[in-house]
Design a protein around this ligand. Sequence first.
Ligand code: HEM
Length: 534
Amino acid sequence: ASGRNQNVERGNGGELHQLAEGETPVLTTALGTPVSDDQNTLKIGERGPSLIEDSHFRDKIFHFDHERIPERVVHARGYGAHGYFETYESLAKYTRADIFQRAGEKTPVFVRFSTVAGNKGSFDLARDVRGFAVKLYTKEGNWDLVGNNIPVFFIQDAIKFPDLIHAAKQEPDRDFPQAQTAHDNFWDFISLMPESMHMIMWIMSDRAIPRSFRFMQGFGVHTFRFVSADDESTFVKFIWKPKLGMQSVVWNEAVKINGADPDFHRRDLWEAIQSGNFPEWELTVQLFDQDFADSFDFDVLDATKIIPEEILKPIPVGRLVLDRMPDNFFAETEQVAFMTQNVPPGIDFSNDPLLQGRNFSYLDTQLKRLGSPNFTHLPINAPKCPFAHFQQDGHMAMRNPVGRANYEPNSWGMGPREDPQRGYRSFADAEQGQKVRLRAESFADHYSQARLFFNSQTPPEQRHIVMALTFELSKVQTPAIRERMVSHLLNIDEALAATVADKLGIRKMPSPADAAVPPRDDLEPSPALSIINN
Ligand code: HEM
């Protein structure tokens, strides 16, 4: 036996065995058969061929070969933690949501932070939106508040989402870039999508390169509804505010950090929580009614708009504390399935066409990724409140109805029944109209809030936006795309447009973009692209 390791012994043939000793459990196959030798396959003679009879090897290698599941189609790179949400005081006046009924109520949560465009193995400090997805295990079902660290979005209607993401991720012929926005396809799409200009200002700002997850805000983005016990509705926007305040790095630092430590953000969260330095956010809400919504010249259903905090102050309603890392990254962070449509009684949707589309999309994507309709049986996705239903069977069913009845109503007095009082009731909004594919005129202003954001920045922050736009657009090989972007910037801020144009070497200023008539995709390929295409 080796002098250093008491658990290693030499067999008769001189081979080394690692031995289970004392309390050490004996290694088994997945089916519990104890294993005598985990170092050598079964062979005919020492140098002979391997035998298909070796079911231990087959069991082991079969499982290994199937370890990977598809990465998320967006937000592939993420990092999660457990914690709790503590309600400050009752919001019963506005919502019947159980989580907001009692001051001091603590609700378990799981949060997953992510980048959007990068693949699972990409680096943390990409210039990108950060996902801020919160699963609250309330006593009346899971509530998934699937937000981002930026309060607006690129597009107004979910039908554009596949195009946006195709354009943002790696180009299909060359499969790069993997984790950054600086490429022709992205800027081509953006320049053809004037509604993205507000988001672009945020993405080019310091918000897109946060110091760590602990120093960023989170936003539910859309207008949601609170619904009271009397079925009264109040519009609500959700905003998470970090107790540590907000901090970002500058681009120069981001590039160096990515090279030195691509795991910078996940390491930061791990180390903070493991050392008892629990990050905390306050949940604030902007509450308003239909009259207030009607007083704006933008539409509260338009996800490219914010309600400025100067106009409507967010009210703190509770705090989120992250105090425990997952035991296993795959089981929890990778298999967690967020879905915007998961809302408990008292929380409802608005008609925001982006939110409505999301409510449709997430169920599909989870089935594709996790592979079975029983993904809600996974501990990280299962509710922590009592639940009872007649769903059954399917791949990997961990739970099935108990007893004879698997339908309702039934005459056996078995199983759960619906409850019109306690059950989820959708807000009975009065809707009417023709079936059309149109966008309301109230969604048409794409520049005012982009300007508002740019003007809200301090001079150093504005300089960072100029530098980011210049850097990003300088990577774009097609001159017409750069010019198109400058034509949009002209509608936001003339000095901004002029500086970026100057830095890009654009001599003749283009005319301001006509937002009402989005430019068409009629570009001549640039010489550089022609060379690649040839
Ligand atoms: C994933 C936020 C728009 C489809 C995610 C995640 C977040 C997020 C945070 C990652 C969840 C996790 O950590 O597991 C948002 C926000 C949006 C938005 C804030 C706009 C305001 C959309 C739209 C669609 C969409 C419009 C489609 C119509 C998806 C899909 C995933 C995803 C397919 C992958 C889910 C998975 O495989 O787990 N989104 N998203 N998202 N989102 Fe969105």
